[in-house]
Design a protein around this ligand. Structure first.
Ligand code: SF4
Ligand code: SF4
Length: 221
């Protein structure tokens, strides 16, 4: 799974950096590199565009994965340039932006919009397959997520608007519930559709989510 990102328009980045003139850039060697939004080539393009806007780029670094503790080391290695900067502009997903923000006192800004966690369904094509709802129903839906694959997020069957297997919201996509029906039929599990399920517990997706891993020594954290 990868965090799928899209570059913010330069006009928006210009507004974000309105009060800052010296900018340090951070790219990400994992998801953003794969999306071609935050690898070295994109960082260099942004550096040039910022220069065109009259900003000074004090330096840049591509951190292998911005969303983990490697940030601390990378920030230390570049501490002189960062000290000399008004802010850090991050070409990584929002997880990366917020992780980096844990390790610096400088303002940390996003250069990308984070769209979803994506599965590579074919080379270079990423699809959203899970909305991280906190109460997974894939066991009853043939492994296809109705909350995510149906634009209306319908959990109890189709809306009835599909035409020739295509969704009424967007004819370019298959109706999620038709896919679920066909998958369950192929699996010989159509009875899964006839069973009454308990109402969904929407508390399971209350924000902000927090999860505490059990400590092996049994001590409270
Ligand atoms: S039901 Fe869908 S959104 Fe919820 S956890 Fe399962 S795959 Fe993700
Ligand atoms: S046509 Fe199918 S996928 Fe589209 S909104 Fe209706 S149930 Fe959901």
């Amino acid at each position: 799974m990868k965090a799928i990102t899209r570059a913010k328009p330069l006009s928006e980045i210009g507004k974000i950096l309105e009060k800052d003139s010296r900018v340090f850039l951070v790219g990400c060697g994992t998801c953003a590199t794969m999306c071609h939004t935050g690898g070295k080539p994109e960082v260099l393009v942004v550096a040039q565009r910022l220069a065109d806007l009259g900003k000074t780029v004090t330096g840049y670094v591509i951190i292998p994965t911005v969303c983990d503790a490697q940030d601390r080391e990378a920030l230390t290695e570049n501490s002189a340039a960062i000290r000399d900067s008004d802010c850090i502009l991050v070409l990584a997903c929002a997880y990366g932006v917020q992780t980096l923000g844990l390790y610096t006192d400088k303002p940390v800004y996003p250069a990308l919009d984070t769209l979803f966690m994506g599965q590579e369904t074919s080379p270079g094509v990423f699809s959203e397959v899970c909305s991280q709802c906190g109460e997974c129903v894939l066991a009853w839906t043939g492994g296809i997520c109705p909350l995510t694959a149906c634009p209306k997020g319908l959990l109890n069957g189709p809306c009835g608007g599909a035409k020739n297997g295509k969704c009424e919201v967007s004819a370019s996509k298959d109706c999620a519930w038709e896919l679920i029906y066909r998958r369950l039929r192929a699996l010989g599990r159509l009875e899964d559709l006839r069973k009454r399920r308990p109402l969904r517990n929407f508390n399971a997706s209350t924000k902000p989510g927090i999860y505490l891993v059990d400590r092996e020594d049994g001590e409270p954290r």
